[in-house]
Each structure stands twice: as C-alpha cells, then as structure tokens.
Design a protein around this ligand. Structure first.
Ligand code: SF4
Ligand code: SF4
Length: 346
C-alpha cells in the first residue's frame, strides 16, 4: 500500500478508536539537543524517585530499537523504507466535577486506567498493520519512548511552560499513544508553535514547582508527591523564596495528582470532551471523602479502584495522602530532585 493511503487508513482507525488528533513522523534518532537535555536532566537527578527513567537510554534515543532491539545503527539505517512513529492524542476531558468536600483526584484518573483502555482501542489499528505483514508496537506511557518529543515531531502539538503537550486549538487534557511500525508514510512535519507564555501555570502552582523556563521541581510537585513518591510526605514544602508552605495547605484537598497547571492554562479554555465513556468520572469518586479513604480495607480499595489508574498509589499511598489532607500528616522527609510532572503525558 502506498504511504499516503496507509496514512489515511491509520488516521481513520485512530479517530475510530476515539482519538482527536494523530500525526506521523519518520522514526530516527532524537536530535542531539533533545538527547543532551534529557541526559543532563537525569545526571542532575531531576527525575527524583523515578529511577526507571535512567534505564534503556539507547532505546529512548532511537525508537526504532523498540522494534529491532538487536540491530546496530548501521543496520537500522540500511533497512530500506524506514520506520514511522505515529502519535495519537485522546482527550480525557469531561465536564463532571467531584462534589465540594470530596478528596480531589486529577481528572485523568477519574475513570478507567488509560493504559488498558487505549491499548484495547488501538488493537484494530495494530492488527491492520500486522495483517499487512508489518511489525508494529503500540506504546502507552510504559515504553522508553519520549512521547511528547515525538508528538511535537509528528505535528500533534507543542510543549507548554507547564511541561504538558498542548494540542493546537484543543488544549492539554490528552493521553498520548504511540505506534511505531516498519513502513514509511509522508511525515506531517513538526509543530512550530509555542505556548502563550502567560505564566499562569507558574503563578498558580500550589507548590511553586514550575520555574519560569518550564522546569518542574518534583520536590514541590503535588502530582509527583501524591502518586510517585514513596515514604512519608513532607510536613512542609520548601518554596523557592525560602518560605515554608504546610503540606496540607498545598494539597488543598488533593489525594491523587494535580490539575492546576492545566486548569489555568488559556489553551484549555474550551477543551473537546472525551469520546471515551470509560474516562468519565466514576460515580464512586464523586463524593468520596478523605475519611472514607482512611476507612477503606484492602478489599474495598481493590473493588473501588478496579481498573483505575489510582491503584498506582496503592492503598497505603492513598491513605497517606488522605491523612495529610485531614491535617494529620506525620511525615518528616522531603523528596529530593526535580522532574517533569508525572503523568498526564510523558
Ligand atoms: S501538577 Fe502542575 S500545578 Fe500541580 S504541583 Fe505539579 S507543576 Fe504544580
Ligand atoms: S498557562 Fe500560560 S505559560 Fe503556562 S502553558 Fe499555558 S499558555 Fe503557557
């Protein structure tokens, strides 16, 4: 099949799977500037407790190795036709809100775990490629792949000062799914836009975790602290001006993730609603309080969060966070290092 008709067919399948946008880039090593910036970020320890980001550096630099793990650079270059990275953006935005007084959960985790939902929805697209005799791999936030970099390269969007991938005209409430396959299609060309630079994400961040140049300090990012950080939460956040902010005050009722740097972004003024029912707010979370979380048994937690991304924090992590918003934080440690905000997009 000629590259352009393959591209049209794949884009159609992505839209049928519920994506709002899809773009294509030629798979090749990431550019030197981006590779060096990532290596520097790791060397400076800014990835904090996310040690897994230190692994598979070679693959992160060249996504073709996801399909050809044993190939040398020479062999990859010699393979005729080449490889393509397809990036699909799925909105998870929905207008339903949790009730006031409920323990706040970031919107991306209101429904079912996107890893499972998107993998299932992209099965027909992967099967289509495989039926053509091609090799294909669907990656949803778990492979050593720089999704936001490839989303920019594929023309899907640009990266805001808040570190999020912003789909032009649609905002940042998106999951990214990437498909790499061994056939060429016409690339869409990189997105050259940048965000408005209004600084609202920086000034509204409850932990003052964002620097004006878009670097995120995980020691003060509530997304990192409530989801990825293991051990006790700090009593207070050490702000850049030397002052201390009580953790419970910074959390502001959040027990899982934080949406603030997206909520205030002008690019999110009119986000498209998700086409996927499983991403909408689960009824059980609408009025769930910190006290109810604290009384959950392991069985109750497993049942309430079955198939939910919230399971990542485990019952112990969720109860630790619930304790903190109930004003009973007993932690002593301060997480160290810096990082981009953990998920919504990587
Ligand atoms: S998710 Fe964004 S607004 Fe929330 S603490 Fe982290 S950087 Fe700040
Ligand atoms: S809030 Fe303003 S500075 Fe931050 S990402 Fe959005 S447009 Fe850019």
């Amino acid at each position: 099949m000629a590259g352009n008709s393959l591209k049209t067919a794949l884009r159609t399948l992505a839209l049928e799977a519920g994506a709002q946008a899809a773009g294509f880039a030629r798979a090749c090593p990431v550019d030197t500037e981006a590779a060096e910036a990532f290596d520097r970020w790791i060397a400076e320890g800014r990835h904090c407790g996310m040690g897994y980001l230190e692994n598979y550096g070679e693959v992160r630099r060249d996504p073709r190795l996801l399909l050809e793990p044993d190939a040398s650079p020479e062999k990859l270059e010699a393979i005729s036709g080449g490889y393509t990275v397809m990036v699909c953006a799925f909105s998870y935005y929905h207008p339903e809100c949790q009730e006031s007084g409920a323990a706040r959960i970031a919107m991306y985790a209101h429904g079912s775990d996107y890893h499972d939902v998107l993998r299932r929805r992209l099965r027909p697209l992967a099967a289509y490629l495989e039926e053509m005799g091609l090799k294909a791999r669907v990656c949803i936030d778990t492979a050593p792949l720089r999704e936001r970099y490839w989303a920019v390269r594929a023309g899907v969007g640009f990266i805001g000062r808040n570190g999020q991938l912003i789909v032009d005209g649609m905002g940042s409430y998106f999951f990214l799914a990437t498909v790499i396959f061994n056939a060429p299609v016409e690339p869409d060309g990189p997105c050259r836009r940048s965000c408005m630079g209004c600084g609202r994400c920086v000034s509204h961040c409850p932990g003052q975790a964002l620097s004006p140049d878009g670097i995120v300090d995980a020691r003060r990012c509530l997304s990192y602290l409530t989801i990825e950080h293991r051990g006790e939460l700090p009593h207070e956040l050490h702000l850049p001006d030397g002052s201390l902010r009580p953790m419970a005050e910074a959390l502001g009722g959040r027990v899982y993730g934080c949406d603030e740097c997206q909520r205030v972004c002008p690019h999110n003024a009119a986000p498209p609603e998700t086409a996927i029912e499983e991403f909408r707010l689960r009824p059980a979370l609408r009025s769930l309080t910190a006290e109810e979380i604290l009384s959950l048994t392991p069985e109750g937690f497993a049942s309430m969060f079955k198939g939910s991304a919230v399971k990542r924090a485990k019952l112990s992590g969720l109860q630790r966070n619930a304790t903190a918003i109930a004003g009973k934080c007993h932690g002593h440690e301060q997480a160290d290092g810096e990082s981009t905000p953990p998920r919504t997009q990587t």
